[in-house]
Write a protein that binds this ligand. Sequence first.
Ligand code: PHB
Length: 357
Amino acid sequence: MALDLFSPVKLGSILLNNRMVMAPLTRNRSSETGVPQAMNVTYYEQRATAGLIITEATPISAMAHGYPALPGIYSGEQVVGWRKVTDAVHAKGSKIVLQLWHVGRISHPSLLPNGALPVAPSAIKPAGKAFTYEGLVDYVTPRALDASELPELIKDYAHATQCALDAGFDGVEIHAANGYLLDQFLRDGSNKRTDNYGGSFENRTRLLLEVTEAVVAVAGADKVGLRLSPANPFNDMHDSHPQSLFNYVVTALNPFNLAYLHIVEGGIHGGGEAAPFDFSELRALYQHSYMANLGFNKQTGNAAIAAGEADCIAFGVPFIANPDLVERYKTDAALNEADSTTFYGGNEKGYIDYPTL
Ligand code: PHB
């Protein structure tokens, strides 16, 4: 029988009951100190029929924050909060990995320790507005990281990885997508450095590979996934040669034999026109498990898996509105409509009150 969304799969050491993955989704409903709350536990538990849950993007340090009410993964209190989430998800038979995040320039002093400037590969202010506790405000010009600061940054990734393991996660996903710090280093619209971390593909990929090496040293490659968004213009991102850059990146990631590579196959958040990009080239170059994301439904997801174009599919918005998405797809049931006004911030409404079948 052909493989489909309901076939089990092993990603590294993580055995999934099915190939429907809940994509990472920012929901801005943790405490101000980044501790997951009771409603966050309920939210993930409700969705624990997904083969795998990827948590919302989670800052690895106080300097990694860029939006209100994000959960963190660097303090003991946060580990205790997340442990309740992983216990609840495991009790329902699902698996869960934590997405490791540093936002880089997509932040604001009001969200950072002592009003610090956001950090970035280069001091280039992104177009657009920061989402702060006081509402939308202009971005500021970030401070370019000095190369001498990068070892400490890499240690923050390693520390956060250990925190995630201590919290009971099945693994971690390195967030290198959507215009946040690691993506800012990759693409030449945001990276104008003249040192070993800028210029050539090799140099712009260096930080990503160093972070990956550090995370793998803590968790083991079979518990580490990584997410890229080669064509996504969101957060004022662009690159002069996206196809050859990301073909290079994916080829450089092959030797790690990670649990999976997760690709956002397009542009998100109406951030503009996605760059022309042939994702089949990435799939052909990448030698391990490939997770595809963006705009899939049951039919297109099944088709991609049956054709061997992806090993699993990450669904975002459908999982917000349908905690029992797996059951609904299995039975061809109608889907709940997502209410985008409750995506970011707020309370239980639009978070844990979507009905199941
Ligand atoms: C968002 O909060 O809009 C957001 C966060 C993380 C992403 C993409 C978008 O990767």
